[in-house]
Design a protein around this ligand. Structure first.
Ligand code: HEC
Ligand code: HEC
Ligand code: HEC
Length: 443
């Protein structure tokens, strides 16, 4: 990187704003619990509309609703127990907690507390440039860095839909004092934000372009799946190689999660056929994995509502990402390997099988798993400590399998580290060493 930061104060200010970025995932209380139940019962299939629907639905509004789902506006703009789109969900960065929290805004059409007095132009400017109606900069916790790619017509459809959402009077709590100052965002934008609509790649198929448009734009997958630099901007050289963000591991408990490598690396989606990626995105399970953790919210509130054509297109695009960020090979001592193998046999073998390939009606594979091999073992350790649960409202309510139980009271930190090292080096898996201290951080 070639920029230099002259003043310490400015550096701090930029860091403060940059810090907010990670919030993309730092849901203090993810809307996952609240949103699916509270979200209006809607459907993208006109044939399935209730017969007593009061008025015929405007196709533009319907299109906008579909696109709002693709952008998962509801997950970030709904606090637990709140009405959809009324905002107030808190975001913070644990290691920067002195900066305070920021809150998502009310985007219902209430004229006083929501965006009822906004014009369509102002809404388009917010989505494309990250600028609010009053001209101030929005914090990059709002993923305008991805939404800038969304075509004008699609933004207009989302606007038409949001105007039909019931207006609700609700003012989210005010942001931490550090975030009251919005001018530093201009500097951050100058360094890291590239405004502009998606440009189709003529060398690729229509399907690939549709997938790229959804993944890069409304889907904002890279917000979680790309590692960030010191100022918390996504690293262009490591796109989709796997990021980290804080989120719930259990009721009221926030820990780091590592978002899997989505490139074609062997420690990413390399071993997944396109059909299995598409199935996972649409149904929440495939022969390769089932949903748990932060992906519950992404699939339950957003991806399951997309058409099969669209989730397939996303899979086609993801499958084309060149491999990046392979995990290093780790060598563990024979002694540790034996100990890890014994722990696996006692606790895991029953469902994941001796071959690591999982078992029909039992569990997905741990061999070649992106979660097991991730450079940062946080999600692997979370799964072992807290179990893996399919969230309420999943497209496959009972998952493909029974939930995986929690092992936090059954093993010490050292044992879990030994087991993790066994998983990361057995079969053809490759992953760096895990220590007891790594496990302690996730407890
Ligand atoms: C990853 C979380 C996240 C997602 C997803 C998200 N938003 Fe937001 N949004 C925020 C946050 C946080 C803010 C507040 C930013 C600030 O205070 O500067 C915000 C602010 C906004 C604003 C500015 C409102 C105002 O009063 O200034 C609009 C408009 C908006 N979002 C619309 C949307 C739409 C439409 C979608 C879906 C297509 C969406 N957002 C998806 C987090 C999100
Ligand atoms: C809020 C952050 C977040 C967003 C947004 C997000 N992901 Fe994820 N994703 C994660 C995390 C964390 C994991 C690993 C733990 C888990 O599965 O929840 C993951 C795991 C995955 C996996 C691997 C699952 C497995 O078990 O091997 C796939 C595939 C995936 N995500 C695809 C996507 C796609 C496609 C998008 C965009 C539409 C997306 N994700 C958006 C956080 C996110
Ligand atoms: C009762 C059966 C069962 C047992 C025992 C079990 N698991 Fe699981 N495991 C599952 C299921 C089911 C899933 C998929 C969860 C979902 O769909 O939400 C899973 C998922 C996982 C994943 C995520 C894989 C991926 O790529 O998405 C890992 C890693 C994992 N288990 C490791 C372990 C380890 C290590 C043990 C032993 C300590 C273990 N499991 C014990 C059933 C089990």
């Amino acid at each position: 990187m070639t920029y230099s930061i002259k003043s310490r104060a400015l550096a701090l200010a930029i860091a403060a704003v940059g810090a907010v970025l990670v919030v993309a995932a730092a849901h203090l209380a993810p809307a996952q619990d609240a949103a699916p139940a509270a979200a209006p019962a809607t459907t993208t299939d006109p044939a399935a509309q209730p017969a007593e629907a009061p008025a015929p639905v405007d196709p533009l509004v319907q299109k906008g609703e579909y696109l709002a789902r693709a952008g998962n506006c509801v997950s970030c703009h709904t606090r637990p127990g709140g009405e959809p789109f009324t905002g107030g969900l808190a975001f913070q960065l644990p290691s920067y907690s002195f900066l305070g929290e920021i809150h998502s805004t009310n985007i219902t059409p209430d004229p006083e507390t929501g965006i009822g007095t906004w014009t369509e132009e102002q809404f388009i400017r917010a989505m494309h440039s990250g600028v609010a109606a009053d001209g101030s900069h929005l914090l990059p916790a709002f993923p305008y860095t991805a939404f800038t790619l969304v075509a004008d017509d699609d933004v207009k459809a989302i606007w038409a839909y949001l105007k039909t959402v019931p207006p609700v009077k609700y003012t989210p709590p005010s942001n931490g004092i550090a975030f009251a100052m919005r001018w530093p965002v201009a500097f951050w934008n100058a360094l890291f934000f590239k405004e502009g609509r998606y440009q189709a790649d003529a060398k690729q198929s229509d399907e690939w372009n549709r997938g790229a448009y959804l993944v890069e734009g409304l889907g904002h997958c890279s917000a979680c799946h790309t590692p960030r630099n010191l100022l918390l901007a996504e690293r262009a050289d490591m796109k989709y190689a796997g990021g980290t963000q804080p989120d719930l591991v259990a009721e009221g408990k926030i820990r780091t999660w590592s978002a899997a490598n989505l490139t074609s690396a062997a420690s990413g989606l390399g071993p997944w056929p396109v059909e299995q990626i598409a199935k996972y995105l649409k149904l929440g399970h495939s022969t390769k994995a089932g949903i748990f953790g932060p992906m519950n919210e992404v699939i339950i509130n957003s991806l399951q509502h997309l058409t099969e054509e669209d989730t397939k297109a996303m899979a086609v695009y993801l499958k084309s990402l060149p491999p990046l960020g392979e995990s290093p090979t780790q060598t563990i001592s024979d002694e540790q390997r034996t100990a890890g193998g014994a722990l696996y046999k006692t606790h895991c073998d029953e469902c994941h099988s001796n071959s690591g390939r999982g078992a029909f009606l039992k569990a997905p594979p741990v061999a070649a798993s992106a979660i097991v091999q991730a450079a940062n073992p946080a999600s692997l350790l979370n799964v072992i400590l807290y179990g893996a649960k399919v969230g309420a409202g999943s497209p496959s309510p009972f998952g493909a399998w029974e939930d995986m139980p929690s092992f936090q009271s059954k093993m010490t930190d050292a044992e879990i580290a030994t087991l993790a090292n066994f998983l990361r080096t057995n079969w053809d898996n490759r992953g760096g060493a895990v220590s007891a201290a790594d496990v302690a951080k996730q407890r």
